[in-house]
Design a protein around this ligand. Structure first.
Ligand code: ADP
Ligand code: 5GP
Length: 182
């Protein structure tokens, strides 16, 4: 394989999606692997763009047939990365970006030790709560679950090769670019 695999993780609302979009716009030869999920699409999300939205039955069939490079049950839903997608891109020399949760990131590190793991941390829990609330995509239950999971996720940041604190977006975006170019 000639391409390199990059993994972005961090608590919901830390800014992974925002930083991922910046990276994909600014870094050549970087492709994003679209995950599968069993959660419902949010307003404005399209099947095959943000995610492949599939049923729990289809997801479980994928687990049985070993189709996933990694998968996890996150905030009450399945999420996973299709192995063939990633391997094909890497074999064609492209760098691949995954945006996945901490459980999935540790699975990737075990299977592909050369992967570069990047943790996106919020400047504080208060700011995380503010951002998630302002994003206005979650039900009160989902918001509560995501915030309580954030505390557990933050404990795992020492497992990562790099940690970026997403306080000022431009600075965080530049830090991410520096990691890719180095
Ligand atoms: P994630 O993908 O980690 O769940 P998002 O990228 O959706 O997080 O960001 C959560 C919210 O915070 C979004 O509304 C986004 O516009 C906003 N946001 C992202 N980065 C920053 C930042 N550095 N400062 C302020 N708001 C931010
Ligand atoms: P959201 O529902 O906000 O889009 O994503 C919720 C969480 O699932 C985020 O932490 C996101 O990174 C994670 N996630 C998205 N895709 C995958 C995936 O393919 N595998 C794993 N393990 N987590 C994922």
């Amino acid at each position: 394989m000639t391409g390199k695999l990059f993994v972005l993780s961090g608590p919901s609302g830390a800014g992974k999606g925002t930083l991922r979009e910046h990276a994909l716009k600014n870094i050549p030869d970087l492709v994003y692997s679209i995950s599968c999920t069993t959660r419902e699409p949010r307003a404005g999300e399209t099947d095959g763009i943000e995610y492949r939205f599939i049923t729990p039955e289809k997801f479980e069939a994928g687990i049985k047939s070993n189709a996933f490079l990694e998968y996890a049950y996150v905030h009450g839903h399945y999420y996973g990365t299709l192995k063939n997608d990633v391997v094909n891109e890497l074999n064609q020399g492209r760098n691949v970006l995954l945006e996945i949760d901490v459980q999935g990131a540790l699975q990737v590190r075990n299977k592909m030790p050369d992967a570069v793991l990047i943790f996106i941390a919020p400047p504080s829990i208060e700011e995380l709560k503010k951002r998630l609330t302002a994003r206005n995509t979650e039900s009160p239950e989902s918001l509560k679950l995501r915030l309580s999971n954030a505390l557990k996720e933050l404990e795992l940041q020492s497992e990562y090769n790099y940690v970026i604190v997403n306080d000022n977006l431009n600075i965080a975006s530049q830090e991410l670019r520096n990691i890719f170019t180095s």
